[in-house]
Design a protein. Structure first.
Length: 530
């Protein structure tokens, strides 16, 4: 006999957990069904190689979530009650090929002092730009954690003020265009553009300029952080919150389809045939390219538009190293405290753009667009006492020019070695005598591990292009977290507004559900947890 709940959710990634936590706090009986043996989706920390070394399997840095009222106002008690603690250190740094550095501190004055050593003019330009970004932050972030307005209405609103028109202009430009207009030094441009590209977008792609406004405001107004103990501590805190309010997270439970009756979602069916019914609503972490596989009866035009949603032009390859000691940077100790640390082997802006061009054509540049760091420098709890770790990131195409995605299984270690050679230009002791173990995670692995959210290896769901943002993300049909013609079914995931990465975006899905259920979201969110 099928079991009944108020809400059932397919997937226990962090966005689904967020949505379910708000509903559980409202008194709803919620059940999350997770295909994997553990919850968290792309926000998990695991012993991947050697016991005692805790690696972030996918996301590591929590950027956009810092402005979310869920964190700012601790709406779910994650910080005060359920064990989440963020470490705020140096937000961002870049080491250049000559071992010089540019470091973004939360302190704007200190940041500008470093820029001035390269270009006094760029330091003053950056100061003014960052101050503008911080002043605009309330406008930019106000709509990020709630359901988006229709795109036309949003643009019309922006068009009513000078600040809004400036943001609207940036949304349609490339970040490269904006950097070239504002700054004179290649190093300063590369430092900023590489930061913006963390959203898996090339600097010269139109519609990427908004990030130039967004990131300085985030770094200097809110900070950038990692949870103490690893990225997965966010998921752990959310599970504790859900269970505190009587909800349940069931792992090793793979969903085969959404149950539909008379145009309304009524529950979920597992691979083994078990059915879990929902009185109030069903949440699904289902990528737009995968809707057809789980839901019957959706209008064909809706499915076709969903399947045309554009993926990011490249993905990432991750190298996880267990080390006998902390890594040592040739550029000195200070950069080791940066939460985001880029290694720039390209000597000029032109070379960096060539490396991005190679990615969009299915190739990895010999110079490699890489980043990395040792999380245990800021958080020793991640490794055994006295040991170290290295988390290396390499931008990489999912669809390889020679052999397509399947060739990743053949060249995994070869590409891992190429990335290691790149990292060794900046790290002196990433060597065999210090390495305990290593594992390489390819773009194909991401697609396999997260088949319903990281389609095509896109860790952010779908690309953050101008034409699929806000009220059009991932498509105009699906942007309100619902599927046309299907009542009481709600979408959640990185492919929804406001975007991929760790946003805590399930808050907006919850708001949409609260509206349909005639619940007062503000009252529930603001209620004290006892």
């Amino acid at each position: 006999m099928a079991k009944n709940y108020d809400v059932v959710c397919m997937g226990a990634g962090h966005n689904g957990l967020v949505a379910a936590a708000y509903l559980a706090k409202a008194g709803k009986q919620v059940l999350l069904l997770e295909r994997k043996p553990f919850p968290g989706g792309g926000v998990v920390t695991r012993e991947l190689n050697t016991p005692g070394y805790w690696h972030d399997e996918h996301s590591s840095v929590h950027i956009m979530i810092q402005a979310n009222p869920m964190i700012q106002n601790d709406e779910l008690g994650l910080l005060s009650r359920f064990g989440l603690k963020y470490n705020y250190n140096t937000p961002y740094a870049m080491i250049f090929e000559d071992q010089s550095t540019l470091i973004a501190y939360k302190d704007l004055d200190k940041t500008c002092e470093g820029i001035a050593k390269i270009s006094a003019r760029d330091a003053e330009t950056y100061r003014a730009f960052a101050q503008k970004s911080m002043a605009m932050a309330p406008l930019m972030f106000a709509g990020m954690y709630v359901p988006p307005p229709p795109l036309g209405a949003f643009f019309a609103m922006l068009d009513q003020s000078d600040e809004g028109r400036e943001i609207l202009d940036a949304m349609q430009r490339s970040s490269l265009d904006m950097a070239n207009q504002l700054f004179e030094s290649d190093k300063v441009k590369m430092w900023l553009l590489r930061l913006i590209s963390e959203n898996l977008q090339a600097p010269d792609e139109l519609g990427t300029g908004f990030g130039m406004y967004l990131m300085p405001g985030l770094m200097h107004a809110y900070g950038i952080s990692q949870p103490e103990g690893g990225s997965g501590r966010l998921a752990t805190a959310l599970v504790r919150c859900i269970e505190h309010f009587g909800g349940e997270v069931r792992c090793n439970a793979e969903v085969s389809k959404v149950l539909v009756k008379n145009g309304r979602a009524t529950g979920l069916e597992l691979k083994d045939g078990e059915q879990l019914l929902a009185r109030d609503g069903v949440i699904g972490a289902i990528h737009p390219h995968r809707l057809r596989a789980f839901i019957e009866g959706v209008e064909e035009k809706v499915l076709q538009r969903a399947e045309r949603a554009t993926l990011a032009p490249f993905s990432i390859m991750v190298s996880h190293y267990d080390l006998k000691e902390n890594i040592k940077f040739r550029a000195g100790e200070e950069v080791g405290h940066a939460i985001m640390l880029e290694f720039m082997a390209d000597r000029t802006l032109s070379e960096m753009l060539d490396s991005f061009d190679a990615l969009t054509r299915g190739r990895i540049s010999e110079r490699v667009l890489g980043a990395g760091g040792d999380e245990s420098i800021n958080d020793p709890t991640r490794v055994p006492a006295g040991k170290g770790m290295f988390h290396g990131i390499t931008f990489a195409p999912y669809n390889l020019e020679d052999g397509g995605p399947s060739r990743w299984d053949e060249i995994r270690e070869q590409m891992g070695d190429r990335s290691m050679r790149h990292h060794q230009k900046f790290v002196s002791n990433l060597t065999s005598d210090n390495i305990v173990a290593r594992s390489i995670v390819t773009p194909l692995d991401h697609a396999r591990n997260m088949p319903n959210s990281m389609v095509g290896g896109d860790a952010h769901g779908v690309a953050p292009y101008f034409y699929q943002m806000g009220g059009h993300r991932p498509t105009p049909d699906l942007a309100q977290y619902t599927v046309p013609g299907l009542e009481r079914f709600y979408l959640v995931g990185p492919f929804m507004h406001p975007g991929g990465g760790v946003f805590g975006a399930g808050r907006a899905t919850a708001i949409r559900m609260f509206d349909d259920l005639k619940l007062d979201f503000d009252k529930v969110a603001g209620a004290k947890i006892t």
